[in-house]
Design a protein around this ligand. Structure first.
Ligand SMILES: Nc1ncnc2c1ncn2[C@@H]1O[C@H](COP(=O)(O)OP(=O)(O)OP(=O)(O)O)[C@@H](O)[C@H]1O
Length: 538
């Protein structure tokens, strides 16, 4: 894990600006430190010789005020930059998750919430304090070394030998810490995931009488233990770094003191070196203590950038009209990361306009994956989906989906009334159109004005499906959708409602592809597309 992730610098203008400002302010800090040390050493030396010092104390005061102003400006600019970078990344991640061109699986909600919550909060330590300190550590110690070297070579040699050793120590601490930080971050993510899982499965857990206090306590304890270990390491390394730099400065002080007493070095230059020696170590010492504060932010940065790095649908061609276009699936294989077996294999299949096709196959044979492919949510690892000989991968996915109505296995509902949810299929539909769509979806018994809560827990699984089918029917009847994709739409419906839905679907003047297990649905279709290994269909 490099101290500064180059991907963050490339991606974020805020970070680049902060680094630029830090360079300017770092040079300013080095210049004021040297100037103040010079003036102080001259003042003390003159005073010692009994010479007048005139306005020099005022110059020292001005120098100290300038140094404090530079430090304050640096802190303020860095804090603002951290807030701006956090806001930018939050927007970027949310935009990316909503991007219709995003390909690949949806990340876990608990993982995203941990990254956008505590992960981004850790940016204050990483971007706001650690990154500016890296710049100061790169600029100030070399400047001090040069200033000391010009005045007293022996002191510069002592610092030149001990300073790199402090840096090596810091790198070693970083390497040891990497593993600890990984474990601590995993423990934090685990707390979030476990809690989300418990909330999701609360009903099942209650039914089986499984109490979760112990589980939650265990993941919480693990995070506490990992945090304790990380803190121990932070305190220990700060102590060693302090001790080391204090000894190095003491070495310089003894050497300078002896030579001043013996008359080999004048008091003024000796004092100048003594004032600058601690300043050469100070930025590295502070970097060491800020490092531990920054590790969580660095880990979150890596997580966020990984979230943003995925394939994108880059098709731009206009979508062929699905009222006339044929869809040909040709030698398609879909593989998912971490899975040895392909999720879908289909040698050849042709869907003609207006056909009603039932997709069947054992659980896990790739039926939902096929629908995801047709929705352009996924791209084949090998082979093509051709629409009138145009590769679906080169068609604009937004324009393509405008022609599709989709009923997934677990359809999404929004907070509002049943009418609001059905009307999502066609905002301009009349009340009668909405009622007719509900009736034809076997949901004529549902009141239009019945409220649906945000969680959607106040509708049954069957009601949820019927509302989604009504929404899709409305979309088809509005003329927008020319291809209807349904994933097990009649699961959980009684025989009467199932018959009503199937008769409606058969009557729709569009291509219908329906994932089906039940013989009634398969029987209603023109053809069955059975998924399995290396299946060839005409
Ligand atoms: N994003 C993914 N990452 C990894 N594996 C996946 C992903 N999506 C699907 N799979 C795997 O691909 C295989 C096919 O999944 P799919 O959901 O398409 O099957 P299915 O035929 O619809 O099953 P079911 O009838 O049970 O709904 C499964 O083994 C599944 O675990």
């Amino acid at each position: 894990m490099p101290p500064l992730d180059p991907r963050l610098v490339r991606r974020s203008r805020g970070v680049r600006r902060l680094l630029g400002v830090s360079v300017v302010l770092g040079v300013g800090t080095a210049a004021t430190v040297i100037a103040v040390a010079h003036v102080v050493s001259v003042v003390v030396a003159r005073r010692f010789d009994g010479q007048p010092i005139a306005a020099l104390p005022l110059v020292i005061l001005v120098g100290l005020v300038v140094r404090a102003a530079v430090a304050w400006t640096h802190t303020t600019v860095a804090a603002r930059a951290a807030a701006a970078v956090k806001a930018d990344l939050r927007h970027e991640v949310v935009d990316d998750l909503l991007d219709p061109r995003r390909l690949g699986p949806r990340p876990s909600s608990a993982g995203v919430v941990t990254l956008l919550g505590p992960g981004l909060d850790a940016f204050d330590g990483y971007v706001g304090r650690f990154l500016p300190q890296i710049v100061l550590s790169a600029l100030v110690p070399p400047a001090m070394l040069v200033a000391i070297g010009v005045t007293d070579v022996l002191s510069a040699v002592i610092i030149g030998v001990t300073l790199p050793m402090t840096v090596v120590f810091l790198v070693l601490v970083g390497l040891v810490t990497k593993d600890r930080v990984d474990r601590r971050w995993q423990a934090l993510e685990r707390v979030g995931r476990h809690f989300a899982d418990v909330l999701d499965g609360l009903t099942v857990l209650k039914v089986f009488g499984r109490r979760q206090e112990d589980g939650l306590r265990q993941v919480g304890d693990r995070h506490r233990r990992e945090s304790g270990r990380a803190l121990r390491l932070a305190f220990l390394s700060s102590f060693v770094l302090d001790l080391f730099s204090t000894l190095a400065v003491a070495l310089v002080a003894v050497s300078v003191g002896l030579r001043v007493v013996e008359g080999h070095l004048a008091l003024g230059p000796g004092l100048f070196v003594l004032l600058l020696a601690p300043e050469a170590f100070a930025p590295i010492k502070r970097l060491g203590s800020l490092f531990h504060d920054s590790t969580e932010g660095a880990e979150a940065t890596a997580g966020l950038l990984a979230l943003l790095e995925h394939d994108r649908h880059n098709g731009t061609l206009a979508a062929p009209d699905l009222r006339r276009a044929e869809i040909v699936i040709d030698g398609v294989v879909v593989r998912h990361d971490g899975r040895a077996a392909p999720s879908l294999e289909l040698s050849h299949h042709r869907v003609r306009p207006g056909e009603f096709v039932a997709v069947t196959g054992a659980s896990g044979s790739g039926k939902s994956t096929l629908l995801a492919l047709l929705m352009a949510f996924e791209r084949p690892t090998a082979g093509y989906v051709l629409v009138d000989d145009v590769d679906l991968a080169s068609i604009d996915p937004v324009a393509w989906r405008e022609q599709i109505a989709w009923v997934p296995q677990v359809p999404g509902l929004v907070e509002g009334t049943i009418e609001d949810n059905v009307r999502l299929g066609d905002h301009a539909a009349s009340g009668d159109d909405v009622r007719a769509a509900l009736r034809d979806a076997g949901a004529g018994d549902l009141a239009l004005t019945r409220p649906i809560s945000e969680s959607g827990t106040d509708v049954s699984a069957g009601e949820r499906r019927r509302i989604a089918i009504a929404r899709a029917i409305l979309r088809v009847r509005s003329g927008a959708a020319r291809l209807l994709l349904l994933d097990e739409p009649t699961a959980g419906l009684d025989a009467v409602r199932e018959a009503a839905v199937l008769s409606t679907l058969r009557g729709l003047p569009v291509t219908v592809i329906v994932v089906a297990h039940r013989p009634e649905t398969i029987g209603a279709a023109d053809r069955e597309l059975r998924l399995g290994r290396r299946l060839v269909d005409a």
